[in-house]
Design a protein around this ligand. Structure first.
Ligand code: IPM
Ligand code: MG
Length: 360
């Protein structure tokens, strides 16, 4: 059965890295019996440039008519002066909200070939395999009221709202417990319950759901400041981490550095009806257009798409194996090279495609 993918390269390095993931999908079409087609749309700064909107209407239609969305990255200095709703990041937040993508899975797995690429000691990071489950469509990113207002004395005040409803906490916690059952069966819920009521309530709801339906899973709770420290001190203590939108944003960047490079981390954002796959890194405007970026996070995101949206776990395994084999062969992009030899973005994509063909 033919599957249709909406491809949204976005800005900066987005196009380069997505092109490499598409090369991988072409190999799967050609040699592995995948029957995927794709159509490109715009999002972020490029969406603003072509349609005056960072989440153009044509893109809204396209993603809703597709089986899955593959996204590159958004943002860049060019669009920073724009009003907030027109900025690239607003487009990304709107597509997440519009598609109801409440569960963001960010696996941070250390590839054995890269233990020396991390700034942390090999014995601390080897074997790390963490899944960050980040709530993606609520919390302080979306809470109302928000804004920047002028006070009577002429001073200004910026403000945001952190709020979580019972149902929002339950549905993300459920995803975390279910993911844990397929892994090492441990969930650590991260909050700031000692200070923030919204996360005091988060802890209460997670605890109740655990007792009612998931008591077979080992549950612990941790304050976010301690979690930031523990991730560096002893990352192997974590299996699944479940947390709020903003804490998940921050902790997943931190977790990525355990793996050596933020260029290695894929993600899946899943809702009830739709799913989107994207690397966790940004658009890296400083290296955009130079064929230098690491496409592996995007290629691994395509593997997650095969597994979770296209029902082809067999092909996801092949792509992941091809990435392993490519790393085994010593192929590195500059971010992984540790001062040694490196290949370009397209060079890495070619190497993965070759390794994949060899598995056919
Ligand atoms: C991420 C990014 C986004 C976020 C930005 C670009 C809006 O940092 O996906 O982690 O904060 O969610
Ligand atoms: Mg982020």
């Amino acid at each position: 059965m033919s599957v249709k993918i909406a491809v949204l390269p976005g800005d900066g390095i987005g196009k380069e890295i997505v092109d490499e993931a598409l090369k991988v999908l072409e190999v799967l079409n050609r040699s592995f019996g995948l029957d995927a087609t794709w159509e490109e749309g715009t999002i972020g700064g490029i969406g603003y440039d072509v349609a005056g909107d960072p989440y153009p209407e044509a893109t809204q239609k396209l993603v809703k008519a597709s089986d899955a969305v593959l996204l590159g990255a958004v943002g860049g200095p060019k669009w920073e002066p724009l009003a907030k709703p027109l900025r690239p990041e607003a487009g990304l937040l709107r597509i997440r909200e519009d598609l109801g993508l409440f569960a963001n899975y960010r696996p941070a797995k250390v590839f054995k070939q890269l233990v020396n690429a991390s700034t942390l000691k090999p014995e601390v990071i080897s074997g790390v395999d963490i899944l960050v489950v980040r709530e993606l469509v609520s919390g302080i990113y979306f809470g109302q009221p928000r804004g920047i207002e002028e006070l009577p004395n002429g001073e200004k005040r910026g403000f945001n709202t952190l709020a979580y409803k019972t149902s929002e906490i339950q549905r993300i916690a459920r995803k975390a417990f279910e993911a844990a059952r397929l892994r090492s069966n441990r969930v650590c819920s991260i909050d700031k319950a000692n200070v923030l009521e919204a996360t005091e309530y988060w802890r209460e709801v997670v605890t109740e759901l655990h007792a009612a339906e998931y008591s077979d899973v080992e549950l612990s709770h941790m304050y976010v400041d301690n979690a930031a420290m523990q991730l560096i001190r002893n990352p192997k203590q974590f299996d699944v981490i479940v947390t709020t939108n903003m804490f998940g944003d921050i902790l997943s960047d931190e977790a990525s550095m355990l793996t050596g490079s933020i260029g290695m981390l894929p993600s899946a954002s899943i809702g009830v009806d739709y799913a989107m796959y994207e690397p966790i890194h940004g658009s890296a405007p400083d290296i955009a257009g130079q064929n230098k970026a690491n496409p592996l996070a995007t290629i691994l995101s395509a593997a997650m798409m095969l597994r979770f949206s296209l029902n082809r776990a067999d092909l996801a395994d092949k792509v992941e194996q091809a990435v392993e084999n490519t790393l085994d062969a010593g192929v590195r992009t500059i971010d992984l090279a540790d001062g040694g030899a490196f290949v370009s973005c397209s060079g890495m994509g070619d190497a993965v495609c070759e390794a994949l063909e060899a598995l056919a």
